[in-house]
Design a protein around this ligand. Structure first.
Ligand SMILES: *[C@@H]1O[C@H](CO)[C@@H](O)[C@H](O)[C@H]1NC(C)=O
Ligand SMILES: *[C@@H]1O[C@H](CO)[C@@H](O)[C@H](O)[C@H]1NC(C)=O
Ligand SMILES: *[C@@H]1O[C@H](CO)[C@@H](O)[C@H](O)[C@H]1NC(C)=O
Ligand SMILES: *[C@@H]1O[C@H](CO)[C@@H](O)[C@H](O)[C@H]1NC(C)=O
Ligand SMILES: *[C@@H]1O[C@H](CO)[C@@H](O)[C@H](O)[C@H]1NC(C)=O
Ligand SMILES: *[C@@H]1O[C@H](CO)[C@@H](O)[C@H](O)[C@H]1NC(C)=O
Ligand SMILES: *[C@@H]1O[C@H](CO)[C@@H](O)[C@H](O)[C@H]1NC(C)=O
Length: 707
């Protein structure tokens, strides 16, 4: 409704909503706002002599009246009052006063020095003020640049370096977009005094340490006086400025941070710099306000049931959480436990988390629901099918609160639990080992303290699906083909689907048609596997499925093939011309390994792999080490091992770590107590130039070492 307003004072607006009766709570619910009036400001000089507020509600029966009352009051932070249901929702009285009428003193400044003109804005609420400065006469606004800055926090005008041309009368102009109102101050004369000196940068506009909410935008201000005009730069001392989420404007004076994240917390620095000197200012940004980890949402619950409402908030310091119900303090707790819900538990709940940096709200409506059983939304399936000797489960899920008791009848015969029949606590009826005599009409009866209802369906019994010819185990070598048969019988009135799977994967005949085919052979359905690979080994299952039942039979396919690569190849006992190679068996792919072959290559010469000579010459299939002989001294080698069985030779192992054979001394020295024998090595690569030398005889014992 529309109310004519005449006011010279602030207004507090209160919305009254008279809801439908609560006498029929089982079907109705109290009024709930779908759209609430928003905080509104009525400017004193507004040419519009009215305020529009909109309000939409949901209630059953419908709300009868919604009216707006205008109350004269002082500036109040109050509640929005709603009868029956109260929702706490901050509403403010908003206004912007006039500037003081005191004359402003003139400001005398030497040219080249900085000047600050104080705005001193009048009392105001809300905080969305926008500051500009008028020069000499309205609407001549000064433009802002590197030299001139208006703080949107204080409204003050800063001129970094005053020039003769700045002479004039200045007035601070304040407007509030939300109330469409503007006021301006008395003029402040600025009088530059001719004298040109240089002054170092001196930061005069400094943002204080700032607390913010996650996801908010923050603007930090920084402006310096000085001559020449100082340059302003921003940086984050403990990291980088957030990439793509910051902007710098007003010739560096404003740092805008968008969509604040936790990592944006930290120390920001602005640096002002001119040829006479530098100045710095640091601002701490804290992102510590509470944030919901878990919050409540509207819910409808059965009468008599249990319910938990939980709100969890994170933040530093840890936020306190409490609950309001219908606008009143309900619990100083983060969780509400309801047992045996009653209609009195219905209502608007609000949880509030707060710490010293902020407050967050979450709202939810709890509706407690009660009704006689009804099958309107979920009747028993009218046509039910069951396979002979199979099992059938008939669901009965009426909508009802409190929970109904369920009973079942077949025709007029009441059913009870027996060896073959179960009435489960969820209301469903299960029949086992069904026969033709189980066909008929099954009725589910549901009853609670509010009433009763029934719903029924007819059961038909079909022939069971059977596998008449099951697949049998098979054993093939790699590259050969294999086949598995699977024949079935089923009820002719039902559609049959065939599914083959290998272990747990259903075979896709389209994608894997290179290897698999499903085909009739002598009028028996078969799975054909061609060019069988090792990966085709496993348990094959054929499933015959009708809408009523399914049967599965399975068999194992064994695929034999050449052995896999040996593992863990390494080398030890390295001498000048022989090494010991050690490995472990790889898979034998179901045919025992008959022998191993060892290959080597000279790493530096980039040789091809060659077969190594071993001792013993033949390396048996059960061996896990062998000595490679006839190597060259002082050569870097690597080795690999290959296994062979009756079906072929497998892939080589990974190469061993590289080793270098020992350097051969030119002479083999063997000594007994007093004689030394020497001979040249047959593999010696260096020419023997002479056979003389100095021989030192060394005597040693275990106590004194050697000499
Ligand atoms: C500033 O205002 C005063 C008094 O209203 C006036 O005498 C003076 O001329 C003005 N100065 C300028 C630069 O307009
Ligand atoms: C932050 O600024 C962006 C871009 O100016 C704007 O779209 C967004 O609504 C702002 N976010 C908040 C929470 O004010
Ligand atoms: C920063 O400002 C530029 C233009 O000045 C604009 O294109 C860009 O979208 C802004 N970035 C953000 C994050 O608002
Ligand atoms: C149902 O049939 C299974 C085998 O088909 C049999 O083991 C079981 O005893 C039967 N149950 C009843 C209650 O007849
Ligand atoms: C029937 O038996 C099941 C299984 O023992 C049990 O859970 C169920 O409550 C019984 N139903 C009735 C109606 O007694
Ligand atoms: C089943 O419910 C209907 C009403 O929906 C009622 O007319 C009928 O008598 C009930 N059947 C039985 C067997 O109670
Ligand atoms: C096969 O029947 C069983 C019950 O016997 C059922 O649990 C399963 O989901 C059915 N499988 C398929 C693929 O329909």
């Amino acid at each position: 409704s529309e109310t004519r307003l005449r006011c010279s004072d602030h207004l507090s607006l209160s919305l009254k909503l008279i809801g439908g009766s609560t006498e029929t709570p089982s079907s109705g619910f109290g009024p709930v706002f779908e759209e609430q009036p928003v905080d509104t400001i009525y400017p004193e000089e507004s040419p519009e002599n009215k305020i529009m507020m909109s309000c939409r509600t949901r209630a059953n029966p419908p709300a009868q009246d919604a009216s707006i009352a205008a109350l004269s009051s002082s500036r109040v932070l109050g509640l929005l009052h709603i009868t029956k249901t109260e929702i706490k929702s901050p509403s403010f009285v908003l206004d912007l006063d006039m500037f003081s009428t005191d004359e402003r003193e003139a400001v005398y400044v030497k040219e080249g020095q900085g000047a600050v003109l104080l705005c001193d804005p009048p009392p105001h609420f809300p905080a969305d003020l926008f500051f500009r400065w008028i020069l000499n006469e309205f609407p001549e606004f000064i433009s802002l640049d590197k030299r001139r800055f208006v703080s949107q926090t204080t409204g003050n005008l800063y001129i970094s370096t005053v020039r003769a041309s700045d002479s004039g009368n200045y007035s601070c102009f304040v407007s509030s977009p939300s109330i469409a109102k503007s006021v301006f101050s008395k003029f402040i004369p600025l009088v530059p005094i001719a004298e040109r000196e240089k002054y170092p940068a001196d930061i005069k506009v400094k943002s204080p340490d700032t607390y913010t909410l996650l996801g908010q935008n923050v603007t930090l201000e920084c402006f310096a006086l000085g001559n020449p005009i100082p340059q302003i730069r921003w940086r984050k001392l403990d990291g980088d400025l957030p990439v793509h989420r910051h902007n710098i404007s007003m010739a560096g004076s404003l740092l805008h941070l968008y969509d604040i994240q936790y990592e944006d917390e930290g120390l920001y620095e602005c640096e002002a710099d001119n040829s006479k000197g530098k100045d710095r200012h640091k601002v701490h940004l804290y992102v510590e306000a509470p944030e919901w980890v878990e919050k409540i949402s509207s819910s409808e619950r059965d009468i008599g049931g249990d319910y938990i409402m939980s709100c969890l908030a994170s933040g530093k310091p840890k936020p306190h959480v409490h609950f309001l119900k219908n606008g009143r303090m309900y619990a100083k707790n983060h969780e509400l436990h309801f047992t045996d819900l009653t209609f009195d538990d219905s209502g608007m709940y609000q949880c509030i988390a707060e710490n010293r940096h902020g407050t967050i709200y979450a709202n939810a409506e709890l509706r407690v629901f009660a009704s006689a059983p009804s099958f309107e939304w979920n009747p028993v399936k009218p046509k039910l099918l069951g396979a002979k000797n199979g099992r059938v489960v008939i669901d009965c899920k009426p909508r009802a609160a409190p929970r109904p008791s369920i009973s079942w009848s077949k025709g007029t015969e009441l059913l009870h639990n027996s060896s073959r029949i179960f009435i489960w606590p969820d209301g469903s009826l299960e029949l086992l080992n069904i026969t033709k005599s189980d066909e008929g009409k099954y009725i589910c009866f549901a009853e609670n303290d509010r009433g009763r209802a029934n719903s029924s369906g007819s059961l038909s019994v079909t022939d069971a699906t059977k596998i008449t010819l099951a697949p049998s185990n098979a054993d093939v070598s790699v590259g050969k083909s294999a086949r598995m048969e699977c024949a079935t019988s089923h009820d002719p009135t039902l559609d049959l689907t065939f599914i083959w799977s290998l272990d747990t994967h259903v075979i896709d005949f389209d994608r894997d048609r290179e290897h698999y085919e499903h085909k009739m052979v002598n009028s028996v359905p078969h799975l054909l596997i061609s060019n069988t690979q090792l990966r085709h080994a496993g348990r094959y299952s054929c499933t015959a499925q009708t809408p009523v039942d399914n049967v599965t039979a399975s068999a194992e396919l064994v695929v034999r093939g050449p052995p896999g690569p040996p593992g863990g190849v390494r080398v030890d006992e390295v001498t000048t011309n022989r090494v010991r190679v050690i490995w472990s068996h790889g898979t034998d792919n179901l045919s025992p390994i008959s022998k191993y072959t060892i290959q080597y290559r000279d790493v530096r010469e980039q040789q091809e792999w060659r077969e190594a000579s071993t001792s013993p010459v033949n390396v048996e299939g059960n061996a896990e080490m062998a000595t490679v002989i006839n190597l060259t001294p002082w050569t870097e080698y690597e080795f690999r091992v290959i296994a062979t069985n009756t079906l072929g030779t497998g892939p080589p192992s990974d190469p061993s770590p590289k080793i270098t054979t020992r350097e051969a001394s030119e002479f083999l020295l063997s000594s007994s107590e007093e004689t030394i024998t020497y001979q040249t090595r047959p593999w010696s690569t260096k020419p023997v130039l002479s056979c003389w030398g100095i021989f030192v005889s060394i005597a040693k014992n275990t106590l004194y070492g050697s000499k």
